[in-house]
Ligand binder design. Structure first.
Ligand code: ADP
Length: 581
C-alpha cells in the first residue's frame, strides 16, 4: 500500500480521528495504572516484605503524578494519547526503582505479572509509533540497569526467570503499535477519500440536477409565455377561416397561417407535456372504458390519412374486457406511434395490433405494437430517436413536420404505465414500436357514453354564458365561438366584474380565467359559489407549473380548459352544460 499518498490535510484529519477513536482505551490505560498499581503493594504487605513501605511510597507518588497528567488531559491541555504516553514514561522509572531496591527470592511471579501488564498495554493503548519506540528504549535502558545496579545476580536471575520473555515482548510492542496504527490509518484513508469522493459526486449530481431543472423550468416558462399570445393567434385564424367570402390567394395565406400556428401550438404543448411527464408531474387518471370503442375511434381518425397515401391501415385487435386505464394517455401513445408510422411510410401498410399476453383475476397484460413498411430507422439512429428534439434526417418532405418530441413523450408515458417502449427496425424496410403493459380490467359491461357534441344538438332557450378573461383576444375568440352557435353571452375582464354580473344576471355557465387583475378567478369563484351552488364554472388557464387542474377542481370549479384550446373542446363543455339532451 505504498502508493497511498497522504496529504497534509489528511494527516491532520487522521490525527483528530485517531485521538477520538483511541480516547477511551488510552484513558482506561491511565486509570488502570493509577488505581491498580498501588494495590499491588498489598502483596508485599501480605508477605510481610520489609520493602512494603518503600514500594507503597513509590507507587503513591506515581499515582499522584498520573493524577496530575489526567488533570492536564481534562483541562484540555494534552490529548489522551499524550496522557497515556506520559503515564508510561512515569511508570518506567518507578518500576525500575522497585526492581533495583526490592530483592526477590524468585522473579517468576514478577516477570509473569509484567508480561501480563505488557499484553494489556499492547491491547489497550493506541499511539503514534514514536511514543512506543521511546518507552521501549527507556524500558531497555532502565530495567536492566536498575537490576544490575541492585546486584548483577538480580539481572541474570531476572532474565532466566521469565525476564527474557518480557524483554522480547517489549521489543514487539512498538512494532505492533506501528502496524496497527498504519492499518487504522489506511482504513481511515479509504473512508476519508470515499467520503470526499462522495461529496464531490454529490455536488456534481446537484449541479446536474439543478441544470436540468433550470432547463425544464426555462422551457416551461418560455412555452407558457408563448402560449397566451398563441392562443389568440390560433383563435383568430380559426375565425378568419370561417369567413368564406375571400379570395383564393387570401385563403391560401390563411391556410398557411393556420398550419404554422397549429404546428407552433403543438410544439409548445408537446414541450409542456414532456416537461410535465418527465418531472413526474403527470398522474394517470384511470377510467373504465371499452377498448374496442377506443380502437375504432383511432382507426377512424387515421383511415383517411392512410387512404390518402394509399397505405393499408390494419387494426388487429383481440376481444378485450373493460379496461381501467387513463384512456387519454393510452390513446396519446398509440396516436403518436400510428401517426409516425403513416408519416414515414410511402407504400405498403401500417399495422396496429393488440395481443393478450397473460391475465390473472385483476390484471391483464397486453402487448401493443405498431408496425410499418416505411423508411425504417438505421441502427445508430435507433439509439437517439427517443431523445427529445430528435428527427432523423430523411428524404421525406416534412410539410407536416413533427415536433421531434412525440417519441420522447410516448416513451415517458409508457414508463408511467409501467412498461418500456421498444423499437425494432431495419433501415429501408420498416419499423415496429411495441410495449407491454399490465392493466386492471373488469368483465362487467359498462355503459358507454357517446361524446357530448353528438347527443346535444340543441341549445336550451334560456342558455346564457359568461366569459371572464383579462385578455381581450382570448375573450374575442371564446365569444366568437359562442356567437357562431348563437349562444347568448356576456363578458367580464376581472373577477370583481364577474361577481357583479353574476348577481345581476342569470347564467348557466361561466368560463373563468384564473389569473386576473383586481380579483383572481379563485376568489371570484368562491364568492359566486357562496350564492349559487348549481352554476357551472369552468376554469380557463394557461398554467404550466402547478397541477392547477386539481387546485381548480378542489376550489369550486366544475371543469377545466387549458388555453390554447381548440373549438371542439370548448364546444364539448358548452354543449354538456347548456345543451338539450
Ligand atoms: P416527430 O415529431 O419528428 O415525428 P418523433 O419523436 O415522433 O418526432 O420522432 C422522432 C424521429 O424518429 C422522427 O423525426 C423520425 O425521423 C423517426 N421516426 C419515428 N417513427 C418512425 C417510423 N415509424 N419510421 C421511421 N422513422 C421514424
Amino acid at each position: 500500500m505504498n502508493n497511498v499518498h497522504y496529504t497534509g490535510e489528511f494527516n491532520e484529519a487522521w490525527k483528530k480521528e485517531s485521538e477520538i477513536k483511541s480516547r477511551w482505551s488510552n484513558l482506561v490505560f491511565c486509570f488502570a495504572f493509577m488505581l491498580g498499581y498501588p494495590v499491588t503493594s498489598v502483596v508485599y504487605l501480605i508477605k510481610n516484605n520489609p520493602a512494603f513501605f518503600g514500594i507503597l511510597k513509590a507507587e503513591l507518588i506515581f499515582s499522584a503524578l498520573v493524577a496530575v497528567v489526567l488533570a492536564f488531559y481534562y483541562l484540555n491541555k494534552i490529548t489522551a494519547q499524550r496522557a497515556a504516553f506520559l503515564t508510561y514514561l512515569l511508570l518506567v522509572p518507578v518500576h525500575a526503582y522497585i526492581l533495583a531496591t526490592v530483592p526477590h527470592a524468585t522473579y517468576d511471579r514478577a516477570t509473569f505479572n509484567m508480561t501480563l501488564g505488557l499484553i494489556f498495554i499492547m491491547l489497550v493503548v493506541r499511539w503514534p509509533a514514536i511514543y512506543a519506540f521511546i518507552v521501549t528504549g527507556l524500558v531497555f535502558l532502565f530495567f536492566p540497569t536498575a537490576l544490575y545496579w541492585g546486584h548483577p545476580s538480580y539481572f541474570y536471575q531476572f532474565l532466566a526467570q521469565g525476564g527474557l520473555f518480557f524483554f522480547m515482548g517489549h521489543l514487539l510492542f512498538p512494532v505492533i503499535i506501528l502496524f496497527t496504527g498504519r492499518r487504522d490509518k489506511r482504513e481511515f484513508f479509504y473512508r476519508y477519500t470515499l467520503a470526499e469522493q462522495n461529496e464531490i459526486l454529490e455536488k456534481q449530481k446537484e449541479v446536474a440536477e439543478s441544470a436540468t431543472r433550470a432547463k425544464s423550468e426555462f422551457l416551461s416558462t418560455m412555452s407558457h409565455e408563448i402560449r397566451t399570445p398563441l392562443n389568440g393567434i390560433v383563435g383568430i385564424v380559426h375565425l378568419l377561416e370561417e369567413n368564406q367570402s375571400r379570395e383564393e390567394e387570401e385563403k391560401e395565406l390563411i391556410e398557411t397561417l393556420k398550419f404554422s400556428s397549429t404546428h407552433l401550438m403543438s410544439v409548445v404543448n408537446d414541450i409542456l407535456d414532456f416537461n410535465k411527464i418527465n418531472s413526474n408531474h403527470v398522474k394517470l387518471q384511470p377510467i373504465l372504458f371499452n377498448p374496442e370503442l377506443l380502437f375504432r375511434n383511432l382507426y377512424n381518425s387515421f383511415v383517411l390519412k392512410a387512404r390518402e397515401k394509399k397505405l393499408d391501415l390494419i387494426f388487429e385487435t383481440v376481444t378485450l374486457p373493460q379496461l381501467l386505464v387513463d384512456q387519454v394517455r393510452l390513446s396519446q401513445i398509440i396516436t403518436n406511434l400510428v401517426h409516425n408510422a403513416i408519416k414515414f411510410t410511402d407504400e405498403g401498410f401500417v399495422k396496429f395490433s393488440v395481443k393478450e399476453v397473460s391475465r390473472n383475476t385483476e390484471l391483464i397484460k397486453l402487448e401493443f405494437s405498431v408496425t410499418d413498411s416505411g423508411i425504417g430507422i438505421s441502427n445508430e439512429q435507433q439509439e437517439t430517436v427517443f431523445e427529445i428534439f430528435t428527427q432523423v434526417r430523411s428524404m421525406v418532405k416534412r410539410h407536416d413536420g413533427g415536433t421531434g418530441l412525440g417519441l420522447a413523450i410516448s416513451k415517458e408515458l409508457v414508463r408511467l404505465f409501467g412498461g418500456e417502449l421498444k423499437l425494432e427496425s431495419v433501415f429501408g424496410k420498416g419499423s415496429t414500436f411495441s410495449f407491454e403493459i399490465e392493466l386492471p380490467y373488469t368483465e362487467k359491461v359498462a355503459e358507454v357514453k357517446p361524446p357530448a357534441e353528438l347527443i346535444n344538438t340543441q341549445i336550451r332557450d334560456d342558455a346564457r354564458v359568461l366569459v371572464v378573461d383579462d385578455n381581450a383576444i382570448n375573450l374575442l375568440f371564446a365569444t366568437r365561438l359562442l356567437q357562431q352557435k348563437e349562444i347568448a353571452y356576456d363578458t367580464a375582464s376581472d373577477g370583481q366584474q364577474a361577481v357583479e354580473m353574476h348577481s345581476a344576471n342569470h347564467y348557466n355557465l361561466i368560463f373563468m380565467d384564473l389569473r386576473m387583475p383586481v380579483m383572481d378567478g379563485f376568489e371570484a369563484t368562491r364568492q359566486i359559489r357562496g350564492k349559487d351552488k348549481d352554476i357551472q364554472i369552468v376554469a380557463l388557464t394557461a398554467s404550466a407549473f402547478e397541477d392547477e387542474r386539481e387546485r381548480a377542481l378542489s376550489n369550486g370549479f366544475d371543469g377545466y380548459l387549458v388555453k390554447p384550446f381548440l373549438p371542439a373542446d370548448f364546444y364539448e363543455i358548452v354543449y354538456s352544460c347548456v345543451g338539450v339532451n
